[in-house]
Write a protein that binds this ligand. Structure first.
Ligand code: PLA
Length: 455
């Protein structure tokens, strides 16, 4: 019944073919003897292919609300198309940017013949961790000097959030995390899958296009004692609205008095104001009071290392002893997840952070990116004013960081995509970093048309 597995006759003339035929005969005889002892196996070798897939019940999932925008953009053949979806920096020419310091650091790494490709430790590159902590908490942070912080290298900001959340789900007495409304679309998924239960606190007021500070204080004030609170360290995504330093201080007092645990997401340090120190003020305030907190750092945006997946999770503890034990448990979270992190991106970051010249060159390039984004805000604002577009657009210049939360509704967004080939998330967020002087008029035309033609 079973077809004999052999090469076609007449072709088995060379020694290689004869060896191959012998092997095929051996394989078919050993598999038929296995079959003899197991009558339940179908006698037809093709029948497995005729059945439905064991995965035929799997339904088509929707594209990711942010990364899916790029998928749609890539399919559009229009020459005027514009991707303002994902937060990725582009130059005035609309091209992705590799920072000069990154190229220099990579060259150094390539030239160093002593470098090897061995596994990193579970918590990553030690020097990278030390320098990352210094970057966010400040070089003179007492918590660093007292060894009260454990920092572990993770897979960019997302991986750092996930590792921190898994640790909390396992070792912290409160499983509820409060996230701002709205927030980065991936936050609820990351935290839920890690085993935390997600609730929201009021953050943004659509009427003022600013912070709903009263709502925020009320919601955090009524959160159960000990609850975890996700805070965007700076350049809140998607709203571009940050609390002032005075408001941060009030938030700190409230959170400390209620023993709420801060979990900072720092994905844009340096991108908000152009200053690395100024953008870390919120985090440093919460460390200066001696209390505990978590911080997830990403180098995707501020070093342009999007695809290198390099970031860090820090947990600030009360004592060095606790920090050591926490670190030992973080290793148990990481090891079965991805074993240990990749070496290349962390080596680039360490090379830049350790070298005085490269570091200062980095701050200049970073400031230039932040300034270009701010200039895009002014150009877009001016272009809408020049067109007499109905509405108050001053939030475009007031908001901070990579994004403008325009206030456009999903119908208007759909219209802009269909008629103008402008791609953005359906909540009306646009990545200002994807704009250039050349594309501002096209975007302003599209917004004007959307606002005047689509309700
Ligand atoms: N946290 C916030 C607030 C973010 O906006 C992002 C990225 C991350 C964490 C994760 O970044 P990382 O893992 O790449 O370091 N948000 C982007 C990209 C820029 C994305 O959605 O993945 C965005 O367009 O919103």
């Amino acid at each position: 019944m079973r077809p004999e597995l052999t090469l076609p006759t007449g072709q088995a003339s060379s020694p290689t073919d004869r060896r191959l035929n012998a092997l095929l005969r051996h394989l078919s005889s050993s598999s038929s003897s296995a079959m003899d002892t197991n009558n339940s196996i179908s006698p037809s070798p093709t029948s497995a292919f005729q059945h439905d897939s064991v995965f035929s019940h799997v339904v088509q999932a929707p594209e990711d609300p942010i990364l899916g925008v790029t998928v749609a953009y890539n399919k559009d053949p229009s020459p005027v198309k514009l991707n303002l979806g994902v937060g990725a920096y582009r130059t005035e020419e609309g091209k992705p940017l590799v920072l000069n310091v990154v190229r220099k650091a990579e060259q150094q790494l390539v030239n160093d013949r002593a470098r090897v490709k061995e596994y990193l430790p579970i918590i990553g590159l030690a020097e990278f961790n030390k320098l990352s902590a210094k970057l966010i908490f400040g070089a003179d942070s007492p918590a660093i000097q007292e060894n009260r912080i454990t920092t572990v290298q993770c897979l960019s900001g997302t991986g750092s959030l996930r590792v921190g959340a898994e640790f909390l789900a396992k070792h912290y007495h409160q499983r509820t995390i409060y996230i701002p409304l709205p927030t980065w679309g991936n936050h609820p998924k990351v935290f839920t899958l890690a085993g935390l239960s997600v609730k929201t606190y009021r953050y943004y007021d659509p009427a003022t296009r600013g912070l709903n500070f009263q709502g925020l204080l009320e919601d955090l004030g009524s959160a159960p004692a000990g609850a975890i609170v996700l805070l965007h360290a700076c350049a809140h995504n998607p709203t571009g609205v940050d609390p002032t330093l005075q408001q941060w201080e009030q938030i700190r007092q409230l959170m400390r008095s209620k023993k709420l645990l801060p979990f900072f997401d720092s994905a844009y340090q340096g991108f908000a104001s152009g200053s690395l120190d100024a953008d870390a003020q919120s985090v440093r305030m919460f460390v200066a009071d001696g209390g505990e907190c978590l911080a997830a750092q990403s180098y995707a945006k501020n070093m342009g290392l999007y695809g290198e997946r390099v970031g860090a999770l820090s947990i600030v503890c009360k004592t060095a002893d606790v920090a050591g034990k926490v670190e030992s448990q973080l290793k148990l979270v990481i090891r079965p997840m991805y074993s240990n992190p990749p070496i290349h991106g962390a080596s680039i970051v360490a090379a830049i952070l350790r070298d005085r010249n490269l570091y200062s060159e980095w701050t200049i390039e970073l400031k230039a990116m932040a300034d270009r984004i701010i200039s895009m805000r002014h150009q877009l604002y001016d272009a809408l004013r020049a067109r007499g577009t109905p509405g108050d657009w001053s939030h475009i210049i007031k908001q901070i960081g990579m994004f403008t939360f325009t206030g456009l509704n999903s119908k208007q967004v759909t219209f802009m995509t269909k008629e103008y080939h402008i791609y953005m998330t359906s909540d009306g967020r646009i990545s200002m970093a994807g704009l250039s002087s050349k594309t501002v008029p096209h975007l302003a035309d599209a917004i004007h048309a959307a606002v005047t033609r689509v309700v």
